[in-house]
Design a binder for this molecule. Sequence first.
Ligand SMILES: [Zn+2]
Length: 338
Amino acid sequence: MEYTSENIEKMLALTKEGKREFLDNLYDFLNENRLTALDYQRIKILSTAPICPRCDCEYVTKAGKSDGRQVYKCKKCGYRFRETAKSLVYYSHKYYLLVDYIKCMLEGKSLRACAREVGISLPTSFKWRHKILSAIQGLEGGINFSGITEADELLLQYSEKGRKFKSLEEKEQAMNTVHPNVAVLVMTDREGNLLLKHTGENRVQNTQIKAELKRRVSEKNLICFKPNEEFQQAVKESPSKKVLVKSPTEKILVRRKTKGLAVYSVNVVEKKITNFLIWMMRFRGVATKYLQNYLMWFVVMNKYLKDEVESDIGRLLNLSSHDRWAWERYFRLIKLKY
Ligand SMILES: [Zn+2]
């Protein structure tokens, strides 16, 4: 299928409901038209202006085609790039299997099972999982909360699962190193918005909580939190209303003038943490370096997916094709050294 500016425009002109329906049927649409993740990425990219991946400049000209893909040349830095440069499908030779891979991922299959079913190697299976998960990291910026918002922290054990050692000495040294806990800030509201953010070592710091509150809540919110020094310090300057919930089982019932009873508690955030920990058990531990990818996977499942594999395939493909520099994000992550 050839894409013209006309049929792309038609798709972009859909109403909000129309777009939702299109996304729900995206998997069928891809199958019917024999489209791949690469075709879909091209549709996404063609819907916006081409940008130079090297200098972010928008002054680019068309410079022929390569493998059927449009090539551009940056007028500022002279860099030549294909339309899909640095996106999810960049450097992907088996991109035509990516949609099948997303399906296996959504079915909760292990890396090995995904590899076997799709027909790729185990290392490729690992790379693809993290390419897709790195691609959805960009959605974090859009997370904000409305109404009653609960905040808490989750502490996990540090892990270097999968690390390859160059020598016995290196392995020994790693075994003898004691690492502090890994801290995750968890925030949620009653509308299903969720933030799980790896903030660093030991505990979540009040400056980190402050920064997130500044970005994601306003004076219209009401923050429920536990008696934790860092949280107490952080919420002080926030323009939102605050409720300190002293024990985890405690609920504060307040009769509101117009809307009836409101329940202030930290039960919702605690339930999210429990669900996350149960869900993580299937991975039998993940390396801390990749933790944020798993945190975001869980957030996206909760917020954007419907727990129906067929329509979720299209949605996850759409979400991961959204970030045009997805590959860059993935590349930075896998280059991280211990
Ligand atoms: Zn440039």
